[in-house]
Design a protein around this ligand. Structure first.
Ligand SMILES: Cc1ncc(COP(=O)(O)O)c(C=O)c1O
Length: 371
């Protein structure tokens, strides 16, 4: 029998031989077409100064929280910020988590019971799948954004049914047909859960809020690590949902609470977003400009994530090498992460990208898109 160490090494070597070994690298100062910092808040000095001011006015908020929120880690500040978030999103309650991953893990691990079913879009984030793994409910996948497939599954359901989607998908850069899915969920009395990780900030308070669907959505996950330039997440929903999570969600109960600084920064980011609508407008101008080069494939209008496909994975590899040689950072996805033939370059646009940078990016892409 192999020792555990040898077994681990074997699996790593196998990954390496398949060319899919993950490695940590230091984010270098390059032209960013890769990060989730869509509004550029992590490099926005005015925003940083406001966060610094928040810290100076609340020096104790920087310290650890001393425990789980159910023991010693709960504070007036966090409770106030949660009320602020619930009110701002038009929901009855909000519960904060240190990250989006933890919020999804907490939610999906505990809200469905043995005879219930969680229907997940095949492209939902890993954190949803991991949450489902901890749950006693059954998980079924439905084809991405396919309402007919979803309905065919809904017809078979017994027990309570949950539907897990994202309002904007990061893999294909496309939107969920939110209103149609909400309508379908309503018709079949299913409970819709919408992860707004990539939409929050890019589209104000997210697409559930913009479409005023709060009453048709069981829970919304607002994630602060992307356009809002911070960390953390909130689960928005009913008061019962919040009380239930506080009682049954292990990742909430058995983990040290985030610091008050995180809650205060989240509140500051909403204020900043309200005061700077120009950031999202500039982002949309850049998306439009990028799309005018016509190098994109399946992604939709207005999406900050645009997918570019190449005639072969060799061409894609060559494009990535050429882009990185001129310091343009993008994210490429190869098989087996996606099916062979669907390998792609994922371009994240930001409000701070210049038209000249977009021109340079598209010039290299075009050079490799022809056979
Ligand atoms: C759709 C989606 N949900 C959840 C998460 C996890 O959020 P966080 O990075 O805050 O843990 C991500 C992050 O990649 C995401 O893309």
């Amino acid at each position: 029998m192999l020792t555990l160490q040898a077994q681990l090494l074997n699996r790593l070597e196998q990954r390496e031989s398949e060319g899919i070994l993950r490695k940590l690298k230091i984010g270098k100062a390059s032209i960013d077409f890769c990060s989730n910092d869509y509004l550029g808040l992590t490099r926005d000095q005015t925003f940083q100064q406001q966060i610094l001011k928040t810290a100076l006015e609340n020096p104790k908020s920087l310290m650890g929280s001393t425990g789980s929120r159910l023991i010693s880690g709960n504070t007036e500040t966090t409770m106030q910020v949660e009320s602020f978030l619930a009110e701002n999103h038009g929901n009855k309650s909000a519960l904060l988590f240190p990250s989006g991953y933890k919020a999804n893990l907490a939610l999906f691990s505990c809200i469905a019971q043995r005879n219930d079913t969680i229907l997940v879009d095949e492209y939902v984030h890993r954190s949803v799948h991991d949450g489902c793994l901890l749950s006693n409910a059954t998980k079924w996948k439905f084809k991405h954004n396919d309402l007919d497939h979803l309905e065919s599954l809904l017809k078979k359901m017994k027990g309570n049914t949950l539907i897990a989607i994202e309002s904007l998908y990061s893999m294909d850069g496309d939107f969920a047909p939110l209103e149609d899915i909400a309508e379908l969920a309503f018709r079949y009395q299913a409970n819709l859960i919408v992860d707004e990780a990539h939409a929050l900030g890019v589209f104000g308070k997210g697409l559930v809020y913009q479409n005023q669907l709060q009453n048709k959505v069981f829970a919304t996950i607002a994630t602060y690590g992307k356009a809002m330039g911070l960390n953390g997440a909130a689960v928005l929903g009913s008061r019962v949902l919040k009380e239930y999570l506080i009682n049954f969600a292990s990742p909430f109960i058995y983990s040290t609470a985030a610091s008050d600084f995180q809650s205060l920064s989240i509140r500051a980011s909403y204020k900043y977003m309200d005061e700077h609508p120009d950031l999202a407008i500039r982002l949309q101008k850049n998306i439009e400009y990028f799309r005018s080069h016509q190098v994109h494939s399946i992604s939709q209008e207005k999406s900050p994530i645009q997918i570019v496909q190449f005639p072969s994975s060799t061409k894609l590899r060559q494009a990535v090498t050429a882009l990185s040689a001129i310091d343009i950072e993008t994210y490429s996805v190869f098989a087996p992460t996606v099916k062979p033939g669907l390998e792609r370059l994922r371009i994240c646009l930001h409000q701070f990208n210049s038209f000249a940078e977009i021109d340079r990016l598209c010039r290299i892409i075009k050079q490799h898109q022809y056979v």
